[in-house]
Design a protein around this ligand. Structure first.
Ligand code: HEM
Length: 260
């Protein structure tokens, strides 16, 4: 573990160092997250004339690790579950494709077009209900706290299991295990009746900062897939959702793609 940690840190550090040298030489690139982060940090330190302000190099490394960890596997696995479910439910795949062709035609996805993909949005809601990539939300209690009638002592680990909430029959009904995107057709709050029982992106002050970005990426990727291919699940697919660390199909997603 220590060796892997050292390798990851060294890799990120060398990327940051290269950017740092370029930035100080006035050759900054601001068009990605690391560029923006370093640029704003550099400005803050310069403004205050003091390197005690701003983020340290270790902070920047941790931010890079967090964004990679929080943003990569989650988004990838969500797309994989979407392809699996649409491979199984061809009627929804057809509806999603019809919408994409209607809105985008064979054009490259563009931002206003993507915001009109309503069928795709309810499909994503249902995919994230059945297979939320982040299963567990955890909080460590740092000082004794009151939560309703409960008193939580310091050191308590509180865990909220999204899978349990998303598969509660009392909340979602007898068809809770079925893939039915139409349950979201009137929006999330209508189906959850305003209760906090649907948490694919967490909730409260630490809700996922990448939520909108992730959904945009998913829409782009799925739209481009649907424009080019139809797909079905292979008979060799073995259904085994596995939660380590993000919820993923343990034996892969065996899909057969047909070029359109
Ligand atoms: C389908 C994709 C994604 C899912 C399902 C997802 C899910 C989540 C969840 C459940 C949390 C809350 C964790 C908690 O409360 O303990 C979270 C936090 C976070 N996510 Fe995402 N995420 C996704 C994509 C992304 C992307 C693309 C990024 C970055 C570009 C990102 C960055 C973050 C960060 C930085 C946090 C921590 C926020 C904080 O603690 O203030 N996520 N995400």
């Amino acid at each position: 573990m220590k060796e892997i940690d050292r390798q990851v840190r060294d890799t990120i550090k060398s990327i940051i160092n290269k950017r740092d040298v370029a930035m100080k030489a006035g050759d900054a690139s601001h068009d990605d997250l690391l560029g923006i982060l370093l640029d704003s940090n550099y400005k803050e330190i310069k403004q205050k004339w003091n390197s005690n302000f701003g983020l340290s190099i270790d902070d920047v490394i941790e931010e890079c690790k967090l964004f990679y960890f929080a943003g990569q596997g989650t988004t990838g696995n969500m797309l994989v579950w979407t392809m699996i479910l649409l491979g199984q439910h061809s009627e929804w795949q057809t509806r999603a494709r019809e919408e994409v062709l209607d809105v985008l035609g064979d054009k490259k996805p563009y931002i206003e077009g993507l915001s009109h993909l309503k069928v795709m949005s309810i499909i994503f809601n249902e995919v994230l209900r059945l297979y939320p990539p982040g299963i567990l939300l955890r909080r460590l209690i740092h000082q004794e706290s009151k939560l309703g009638k409960l008193t939580l002592p310091e050191g308590t680990l509180v865990q909220i299991n999204a899978l349990i909430l998303h598969h509660d029959k009392d909340m979602w009904g007898e068809d809770v295990y079925e893939f039915k995107p139409q349950r979201f057709s009137e929006g999330v709050s209508k189906v959850t009746k305003g209760q906090v029982v649907y948490v694919p992106f967490g909730g409260g002050p630490r809700i996922c900062v990448g939520q909108n970005f992730a959904l945009l990426e998913e829409k782009m990727a799925l739209a481009m897939n649907l424009q080019r291919f139809s797909f079905e699940l292979s008979s060799s697919y073995s259904h085994a959702p596995h939660g380590m660390p993000t919820l993923q199909p343990q034996f892969g997603a065996h899909l057969i793609l047909h070029k359109l």
